[in-house]
Structures are given as structure tokens and as C-alpha cells.
Design a protein around this ligand. Sequence first.
Ligand code: SAH
Ligand code: SF4
Length: 410
Amino acid sequence: MTVSLDLTAEGARDALRRTMQAEKPSLIGLTRAELGTALVEAGIVPERQARMRVQQLWHWMYVRGVSDFAHMFNISKDLRAELDKHFTVARPEIVEEQISADGTRKWLFRFPPRGAGRPVEIETVYIPEEGRGTLCISSQVGCTLTCSFCHTGTQKLVRNLTAEEILAQLLTARDRLGDFPDRDTPDGAIVPAEGRKISNIVMMGMGEPLYNFEAVKKALLIASDGDGLSLSKRRITLSTSGVVPEIFRTGEEIGVMLAISLHATNDDLRDLLVPINKKFPLKDLIAACKAYPGLSNAKRITFEYVMLKDVNDSLEDAKALVKLLKGIPAKINLIPFNPWPGTNYQCSDWETIEKFADYINNAGYASPIRTPRGRDILAACGQLKSESERMRKVDRLALEAMMIAGHGEA
Ligand code: SAH
Ligand code: SF4
């Protein structure tokens, strides 16, 4: 059973308001210092009050999850009106919300155009499990990289998401799940029995987070801020295909858990599966992992390994994997390949996956096989894709070069 909620009526009602809101800058995603400056520069808060106002707003936006200045009750009516004149804290439009039989939810969000661009749509997925709820967040619209087994890599439109848009995914998901104080969880929703509905974040949605470093950093520092959204950095995992020059900074400046999309143990195969390997080969990737700040047995790197039938799933591959990771505090996540329309790959047989997992377990690695979730709504890893056209290869390469040159600040 798949449920798809039609939110267009609500969307239509809010369309005009949203268009107007989109023209106002959002206060979501600003650092405290930027927030203070924005208030002072707008001429609505005197400099000496800035700190106090920032604290109040921070609390309303990130602890209470308020998306309308009108509900910020300890701020005077006049100031609320001024804030509303200049800024917004509104949520993006939810184009669609799909709920899988297993409780997985997938949202399609639409963000307003930036500059001369056009509106973009991205997907965010919620995966409830026993004792935890994980939100899989996107960092880009599409992806410039072209991992051959990944659906997102075939998407035409590509741009970086802003820090506001990255955080908006978390805030809106928490709205929909009733995960802010004094909010109700929707009837019948599958969520952890206790604690937060969203207890973990993985940057494993659409896009390569390390091609959008600054925005991802800002968003994750706000998500983990102890006076706000307050998610522990140990419960935030950033997954990269291997943008080696940014890996050290990820540990140093963001301090979250790292996952590497490894998928192959030799350069020849990895060049085919994860083409960024041609720029940053395995030797460099492994060296960057060994140097990851804070790495210890209590803080391991997760290596993701997608199981592709007759491609990377032999016992020889398992042996090579154990050898490659020797000396790195590591977890290995075996991901059964999730097929999508038009792919030439197949998922390994279950027996093969189990044999592979057994070898790895015997070598001392806890290697859970990640059960595919939300396959019925195309919400599983690598199935995310909000647009169906393929980008021409030459355009993609040009764009990728641009993103790398500016570290993704395109
Ligand atoms: N761009 C980042 C994060 C997003 S992809 C990265 O590549 O790490 C999240 C994970 O899903 C990655 O490990 C990716 O390799 C994996 N993935 C992509 N397509 C998949 C598919 N069709 N089936 C299973 N896993 C897939
Ligand atoms: Fe991009 Fe990650 Fe998909 Fe590769 S696996 S195309 S890096 S989203």
C-alpha cells in the first residue's frame, strides 16, 4: 500500500503568499552573527538589542519550529510586523508527500528560483526504525557526478541548495511528523515509540555534499547547535563519493560522522562505478580517511558498498575490501542495489550478499546489510530523482568542472 497525499489544494491557497515570501530573504540558515547583522541593517533592531533578539528568534525558529512571525509571542506585535515586512521564516512548498507501506516517507519540495533561475524540486526521505528515525537530506538539485548505478546522476537540472534549503528539509519534515514541542504526530504515522521522531540525519539524498561545502557546513552547524535543533554530531552522517580535498575540512570544521561511497576495491572498477575516482584515486581516498579528524574505534568511518550482481560481489572482492580497509576504524554498509527504470545493473542474489557479509563479519567488521526501504515509492538509496530528462554528457562535464573550480559555489 502506498499513500500519496495531494497537497495541491493547500499549495494553491498558499501560492500567492509564498511568491511574496520568496521575494523576502529568509532568516533560516543564517549564522547568529549574520542574523544579528540582518536585523540591524534592516533598521528594525538597534545594535544593543541584536544579541537578545537573535536569541529569541533562534529559539522560535529552531526549538519551537515556528514558521510565522505572528506566533512569536514574546516579541512585541510591532516588531513582529516589522520582521514580517522584511523577512520570512516560511517553509517551502510541499508538492507531494508519499508514504510507503513500511512507513518510509518521501517529500517532494519545491524551492523558489534563485536569481534568474527557475523553481527547483528536490526529494527528502524519512526512514523510521526501532528506536530511531533517520532523515535523508539532499544537498544539491541533481548531481554533477555520474556514478553509473545511481539514478540521481541522470538528472538534468543541477544547482547547489542554500543552507536555508538544506535546513528547510529538516524543519518541514519535523512539522509533518509533529516533531516540535506541543505538536501532534499524524494519525497512523510510523515513528519511533519514544524520543525524537527525527533522531538522525544522513546527507545521502540527492547531490554530492562536498561540492556544496559552505552551505552544507552552515546547515549542519545549525542542525547540531545545542540551543536550537540540537542534534548530536554523532547522529549526523555526511556521505561523499570521495571529494578528497574536502574530507579533512569536513572533520575539522563540521565534525560530523563520515561515510564514503566506496563500492569498489580497485581503481579500474571504481573508475567505472564512481567516476570521480579518476580524479581522486583509491590511494588518495584511503589516505584522507586515515587522516580524518577524531577517527577512533568509537567514531568509525562508514564505507558504503552497493551490491551489484557479477560486478563487485565475489568473495575475492570481499577479501580485497577487508585488505583495503585494514587499519582504519571502519563500519561497512552493504547496500543491495536498488534498481531504477533504464539501469543495466542488477542487485546481487541474496545468497551472494550473505556470503559476502559473512566474510566481512568474520574479518571483524559489523556489516549490516541495509534493508531497502520505501522501494515502492522510489525512496531507496540512489532512486531519488525529481526530473526525468537526461542531461547531455558534455553539459554535465562542463558543469562539473565549474563546480569543482568553485568548490561547488556555482
Ligand atoms: N553523493 C553522495 C551522497 C548521496 S548518494 C555519495 O555518493 O556518497 C547516497 C548513497 O546511495 C551512496 O552510497 C550511493 O553510492 C548510494 N546509491 C546510489 N545509487 C544507488 C542505488 N541505485 N542503489 C543502492 N545504493 C545507491
Ligand atoms: Fe552523485 Fe552520490 Fe549519485 Fe554518485 S552516488 S551520482 S555522487 S548522488
